[in-house]
Design a binder for this molecule. Structure first.
Ligand SMILES: [Fe+2]
Length: 301
């Protein structure tokens, strides 16, 4: 299965056309026992189904654990879901819908994935890198977020794209009426960037290709199936996607410049603003702890 879509009936391997039902049971093995012999007792279907993996679907993404040893996903996520329940309610995830068409964007950037996380964690660069965003969500209306070991980012008290672009989309029913302009942007370490606004959310997955190349996969989520798919909201969905496409495109020059700077022999480490870079520093510490722990494991054998 090479791309997103709705699978109807069976999953078919494109190589020899073996087919599996949606539970992963092997159903069809054409010519497996020789020409026109579609069954062979030496290749019993019940022994050759797809392998089961631990997985969890959340905010339009599938999280997979290959080793089987990861902690329970809902436990890991709990600090964030508890924080966000004040906006999204307890059923926020069930309300979020990924559009069947559109609502997604991706771009390859010439930087290490960690620089994209670093850049996402702070709002300090807003006035200079994002003049348009800064017009509807100003730097001075932002606050830092860092908590529970693996989340950091920023929030805004004054996100008002709807006023600027005239968008009209359904909002989360639980979102407090007096805080409709609140928005929060949190990196879920290591490589997922999340944003919530009253009338939409987004998730960006950072896919590392090499030490200095990353693909950013952005996907929008809207409140309810209609908001995601109905024609009446098409213009608003496009305006939201376009606004984020502009913002994330503006960051490309910054993160690619950071990558080039770090490859310079003159680079001897950077400087943090004690006020503006707290979430970024939080991510650095998280990363450093894991690098050190990994080195320790290797030493121990
Ligand atoms: Fe940015």
């Amino acid at each position: 299965v090479q791309e997103a879509g709705e699978i109807q009936g069976v999953i078919r391997c494109p190589y020899h056309s073996w087919t599996y039902d949606l539970n992963g049971t092997l159903k069809g093995t054409p010519h497996v026992g020789g020409i026109n012999q579609h069954k062979d007792e030496r290749v019993p279907c019940e022994k050759h189904g797809l392998k089961a993996l631990r997985s969890h679907v959340w905010m339009g993404m599938v999280f997979v654990n290959l080793s089987g040893t990861a902690p329970d996903f809902e436990e890991v996520l709990r600090p964030l879901t508890e924080r966000w329940s004040q906006f999204l309610g307890d059923d926020g995830n069930a309300l979020m819908h990924v559009p069947r068409e559109g609502g997604a964007w991706q771009v390859e950037v010439k930087c290490n994935w960690k620089l994209a996380v670093e850049n996402y964690c702070e709002a300090y660069h807003l006035p200079w890198v994002h003049p348009s965003l800064n017009s509807y969500s100003r730097l001075e209306d932002h606050y830092n977020i860092a908590f529970a070991d693996q989340f950091a980012g920023q929030g805004s008290y004054a996100y008002n794209l709807a006023d600027v672009e005239g968008t009209s989309l359904p909002t989360f029913p639980s979102w407090p009426a007096d805080r409709l302009r609140n928005a929060e942007y949190v990196a879920l370490f290591p490589n997922v960037l999340l944003g919530i606004q009253a009338d939409h959310a987004f998730a960006m997955m950072l896919q590392p290709l090499a030490a200095n190349r990353t693909v950013e996969h952005l996907r929008l989520l809207f409140v309810g199936q209609d908001a995601a798919d109905a024609p009446q909201y098409e213009a608003s969905r496009q305006a939201v996607l376009n606004a984020w496409r502009v913002v994330f495109s503006e960051d490309i020059g910054a993160v690619e410049g950071m990558q080039a700077g770090r490859q310079s022999p003159g680079f001897k480490g950077g400087v943090f603003s004690p006020e503006m870079d707290q979430p970024t520093h939080y991510f650095h510490q998280w990363m450093a702890r894991r690098v050190l722990a990994n080195g320790q494991n290797q030493v121990q054998g």
